[in-house]
Design a protein around this ligand. Structure first.
Ligand code: FMN
Length: 154
């Protein structure tokens, strides 16, 4: 039986500049993540909200640990705080190499969950995982609300 591994963490976003610069930087993180994670068999979700990131990484243990090593060294965030790490029976995020939840709608609620995660509340890991499952959307959907297009796609 294949043994999968999961790491769930949150961190403080360390990207300076306007919202356009932040959006471009997050897009570049997503591009690199999609490429690397697809190759390594890692799936997951990335949440960016209220100055924080939360990310879940799932896949073969070596691949998840390699990715997480690189991520922890990245200067675009700080205070990387692990909320869950360990074996899992199956993936909760099987369908994409990395997805993204933005700052609007449910994403704003996620900021509250992230705040409790940083304050060390014991239920925060479960709450954050549930939140990620609920708000992570396909990354093509998140640019629209941030760049406020003239014509809504919905
Ligand atoms: C919040 C955050 C999440 C990231 N997630 C991933 C990821 O899931 N996979 C990945 O390969 N890199 C991720 N990165 C980027 C890595 O830190 C690193 O820049 C990248 O893996 C380098 O890849 P390269 O050697 O192919 O350029 C993330 C960075 C940040 C700030």
């Amino acid at each position: 039986m294949t043994q999968f591994y999961r790491v769930l963490y949150c961190s403080r976003n360390f990207i300076p500049g306007s919202s356009d610069i932040v959006a471009a930087e997050v897009q570049s993180i997503l591009d690199v993540s999609r490429r690397n994670n697809l190759r390594a068999g890692v799936t997951g979700g990335l949440l960016f909200s209220a100055g924080c990131f939360a990310q879940v990484l799932e896949g073969p243990m070596d691949a998840v640990e390699d990715a997480f090593e690189r991520i922890q060294c990245d200067g675009r965030h700080s205070e990387v705080t692990v909320l869950q790490a360990g074996p899992i029976a199956s993936r909760d995020f099987p369908d994409w190499s990395m997805a993204f939840a933005g700052t609007k709608g449910d994403g704003a609620l996620a900021g509250v969950t992230l705040a409790s995660a940083f304050s060390g509340q014991t239920s925060a890991g479960h709450g954050l995982l549930d939140m990620l499952k609920a708000v992570v959307v396909r990354e093509t959907d998140w640019l629209a609300p941030m760049s406020e297009p003239a014509v809504s796609r919905h």
